[in-house]
Design a protein around this ligand. Sequence first.
Ligand code: HEM
Ligand code: HEM
Ligand code: HEM
Length: 409
Amino acid sequence: MVKKGQQSMSSSCNFLLLTIFILAFLSIAFGEQSCSETFIRLIQKRNITNCKTLRTQGAEFAWNYHYNGTNSTILDILFGARLNSPEGWIAWGVNPGKRAEMIGTKAIIGIKYSDGSLIVNTYDITKETKHGCKLLPSPIGLEVSNKSMENDAVSEFYTISARIILPKEYNITRLNHVWQLGYAIADGNQPLRHPTTLHNVDSTETINLTSSSGNSTGQYRSYLRSVHGVLNMMGWGTMLPIGVIIARYFRVYPFKFHPMWFYLHISCQVCGFLTGTAGWIIGLYLGHATRYYTFHTHRTFGILIFTLSTVQMLAFRLKPKQTDDYRKYWNMYHHFLGYGLITIIVINIFKGISIMQGGKGWKWTYFGILIILGSVTITLEIATWARFILSKLEKQKNNKGDNNKTPTS
Ligand code: HEM
Ligand code: HEM
Ligand code: HEM
């Protein structure tokens, strides 16, 4: 009874910690961000009052709206981003369809030429555009006036601004909007294909323009990506190493907590395995959901991690008894595979973090976790050696004492 109680208590502790970590992380990752000082300066010049930092490509968006009778809304927008290439384009648009996505977007695109000249036009983005057909200026079925593109020399910020009349099909409390940055252009005001990194494909959302902070939804894929990252980091990257520390330092040396170490080891490994597997399945789903990119190394390591830890889990059924002859070989294989697994996990977590391009927060969070785990390990390793050396010295002393007592003849 006591053992079961101890086991379930440590599992609940694990889950509580995990839940707190996930909630804290997601609230930081998905909180709405206010605008940069540079952008605020630019919007003040135009008397625009609402503003938000978009979640990708360092882009920012500001708007004012007022109803124009019952049938339409007048929307003044300013969209800005840094364009660090000699030529390129920045785009912002609305999508009257069901989803915030590229196809179907009515876009305003500002082009920067290598001689420094700027031009802005409207473009209809269609399925054909995605498949590589020329994208040329065209009417977009919306009244767009006062279009302009500017460059703020101090901050290297490029902005496009316009006044758009949105008919009533566009619900401004749930407006699908899309933004993008490209680094290549062709003759005749033609923007060429943008990169398709995660940041580029995450550049959409459904925004509520009536809320001053621009509350938004529709970021489920990037939300899932963060859940994937947190679950993997906690499951594979934190709980499994904690389980290993317990097996290494609380089994015999420097502390012997028998059989408590065993229950703690398996409860950490089971929690870690289940949490990590949930994250892994989300990763596979995300990888499957887009055909434009695959992260081969991260994927292969991910599959290897799941396979090897499943093999470790087989210990539940295949572990020989302490008295069996081949138990020592099982111990060797379980140790060897366990440490190999932890190494691949740490490498893959950093690979995942670099794919995510989610800023330094992820990297420092995991560095923090590794520093804590590393310090605990070093302390316990020192304790192990200290106890080992002390017991050796004691043995030698006892032996000497015995020798002195032994009669010589
Ligand atoms: C210039 C010609 C363009 C080409 C050839 C092009 C091509 C592509 C391709 C191949 C993808 C697929 C990535 C994926 O689904 O994994 C994509 C995605 C995307 N593009 Fe474009 N694009 C162009 C212009 C634009 C413009 C002007 C915008 C913004 C107004 C834009 C916004 C997006 C967005 C938000 C995505 C994310 C996925 C989606 O919503 O479908 N693209 N683009
Ligand atoms: C992914 C899951 C697992 C990993 C990564 C893992 C890893 C490890 C490692 C690295 C050690 C050696 C620690 C040391 O002394 O240096 C160890 C010891 C041990 N593990 Fe696991 N383990 C896992 C799951 C399990 C499960 C499910 C069981 C039992 C049902 C188990 C039973 C044991 C036992 C009995 C030992 C001590 C072996 C000995 O006497 O030398 N492990 N584990
Ligand atoms: C050891 C732990 C991890 C495992 C086993 C794992 C596994 C996977 C797998 C199997 C995929 C699918 C790859 C594909 O088919 O293209 C994937 C994708 C991904 N993983 Fe991980 N991952 C781990 C850790 C992380 C971490 C810590 C992060 C970020 C902080 C991360 C970020 C990503 C991202 C951004 C994708 C791409 C998702 C997409 O295609 O939209 N991963 N992961």
